[in-house]
Write a protein that binds this ligand. Structure first.
Ligand SMILES: [Ca+2]
Ligand SMILES: [Ca+2]
Length: 83
């Protein structure tokens, strides 16, 4: 049985004084995919995602995957220190 791990990180790697939320998925310790969310208004509300990923494993990337990730990002963002 494989081990899946999800890692969420707050980091302002676009250097625009608004942190991005990075998601990395590891399967058996190997990075399977990574994507990030950013806040277009820099107000802590995450509404933009990077590269598409099939988060819900139904074979496509669509609004469901995007909504899933943005929900995660917005929830996690509440725990991030404010810059
Ligand atoms: Ca940023
Ligand atoms: Ca999908």
């Amino acid at each position: 049985m494989s081990q899946d791990e999800l890692r969420l990180t707050c980091e302002d790697f676009e250097k625009d004084n608004s942190p991005e939320i990075l998601l990395e998925r590891f399967t058996d310790g190997e990075l399977a995919y990574a994507m990030y969310a950013s806040s277009s208004k820099k107000d802590g509300h995450y509404d933009t995602t990077s590269s598409p990923t099939d988060l819900d494993n139904d074979g496509d990337f669509d609004e469901e995957d995007k909504a899933l990730f943005l929900n995660l990002a917005n929830t996690f963002a509440k725990t991030c220190p404010r810059v």
